[in-house]
Write a protein that binds this ligand. Structure first.
Ligand code: BGC
Length: 425
């Protein structure tokens, strides 16, 4: 083991996204997209990991591994299957999931939106519709009213900075439009407003910290770097707008997978632009299955960047991981990434937790099931789970950090009182 130690209140966990693991999310725009001719999707999500039915065993397994935090999502298309019609049964299902976390003394971090819309919202114009912020606010309000007392952390939107580009410029996400920069900008504006409204709505029903989770690649500008109008930099500017808005929030979720070097010719790291991401999922010494550069130190750069733009705002690493078939590489990746986190804590940055992506091998959007991000392998026929050595490794780091304390304890009370605890050696 790598001798890493963290403050005893530091959260160690793993994440999943609802659509990527639940299975049968048929009332959603992604389900439509996966079955629509001519899209880049290599396969449909189908039953995914059947997490919708197997969540109790998965939460128990996460806890057995030694982890004490779980980030998962609720699915809008199940909670509000038609405009204005809310499903009590769906909300009760998610209440049972949150309760299962509490039974295992696992802090739940709940994501209200992770890429996917109900089909009726997409049909009404999706993120680009002026109705979007109010529709999202109403869904969050109803969900938080039903679930708020059980939340550990609340994440409004997952990686909203890229949704406009992916859906309206690159055409890799629904609705699959290309080159429509105006619609992408409108989507970004609506998502900013949606976060602002939703954060307030959720706060009316919970004491848990509320925030947004952002993909922040470690952008490294070299001498003579030419910024230009690259997708990455558009995303980066939108990130700054979210970070500015996040100053009113209780925390920020930082998510990163790699660095991107930007030289005089523009970005020059592998996988820096969507078009370069390999469909073959072949990893090399230098790159991951996704075609990204294998560069775990990126996490330090991302955390420092968030702290610089929003100083004083508590940070939780809500995603970080690597797509690889060689699990020992995952351990190497986490080891380096966690040393970066430790260095950030030592520099005085208020980092409160590390949530690995992902708990399970799962549905990786247009790339289907080939990329393996999980700490736990899932048999695609039987859905049987098998923890990988990396799962035990991360659990052991978590246990070692908690040693001498009475275990994870109930979900940690939020905000200010945790800042001091998180800084203890
Ligand atoms: C997303 C996840 C995705 C992961 C790995 C993140 O950008 O939030 O849904 O699976 O990256 O690519």
């Amino acid at each position: 083991m790598s001798g890493l130690r963290f403050p005893s209140a530091f959260l160690f966990g793993a994440a999943v996204g609802a659509h990527q693991v639940e299975g049968g999310n048929t009332n959603s725009d992604w389900w439509w997209w996966e079955h629509h001719a001519g899209t880049a999707c290599v396969e449909p999500s189908g039953d995914a990991c059947d997490f919708y039915h197997r969540y109790a065993a998965d939460i128990a397994l996460l806890s057995e591994l030694g982890l004490d935090a779980f980030r998962f999502g609720i699915e809008w298309s199940r909670i509000e299957p038609a405009r204005g019609e809310f499903s009590t049964a769906a909300l009760e299902h998610y209440r049972r999931m949150l309760a299962a976390c509490h039974e295992h003394r696992v802090t739940p971090l709940l994501t209200f939106h992770h890429f996917v819309l109900p089909m009726w919202v997409q049909d009404a114009g999706g993120f680009a519709s002026p109705e979007f912020p109010a529709l999202f606010e109403r869904y969050c309000e109803r969900s938080a009213a039903a679930l708020g007392d059980l939340l550990g952390y609340a994440c409004t939107l997952n990686e909203p900075q890229g949704l406009g580009l992916a859906g309206y410029v690159l055409g890799v996400n629904p609705p699959g439009r290309r080159g429509d920069h105006d619609a992408a900008r409108r989507a970004a504006d609506h998502l900013l407003e949606a976060h602002r409204l939703a954060a307030r709505a959720i706060k009316r029903h919970t004491d848990a910290p509320v925030g947004v989770t952002l993909a922040i690649p470690d952008l490294q500008y070299e001498d003579g770097a030419k910024p230009g109008d690259l997708g990455l930099e558009v995303e980066s500017r939108i990130n700054d707008e979210f970070l500015a808005l996040a100053r009113e929030d209780d925390f920020i979720g930082v998510q990163t997978y790699t660095r991107v070097r930007i030289g005089p010719e523009g970005p020059r790291s592998p996988g820096a632009e969507w078009s370069e991401v390999s469909r073959e999922m072949v990893e090399t010494e230098a790159t991951t299955q996704m075609g990204y550069e294998f560069y775990p130190r990126a996490l330090g750069g991302a955390i420092r960047r968030a702290w610089k733009v929003a100083p004083g705002l508590p940070i939780v690493v809500t995603e970080n991981g690597v797509a690889t078939l060689r699990d020992e590489r995952r351990i190497e990746y986490m080891d380096v990434a966690l040393h970066e986190v430790r260095a950030c804590v030592d520099e005085g940055i208020d980092v409160r937790g590390y949530i690995h992506w992902s708990l399970l091998d799962n549905f990786e959007w247009i790339f289907g099931y080939k990329p393996r991000f999980g700490l736990v392998e899932v048999d695609r026929q039987t859905f049987a789970r098998r923890p990988k050595p990396s799962g035990y490794w991360l659990g052991n780091i978590a246990r070692a950090s908690r040693k001498g304390t009475a275990g994870a304890g109930p979900p940690r009370p939020p905000k200010a009182d945790r800042a001091a605890a998180a800084r203890e050696p």
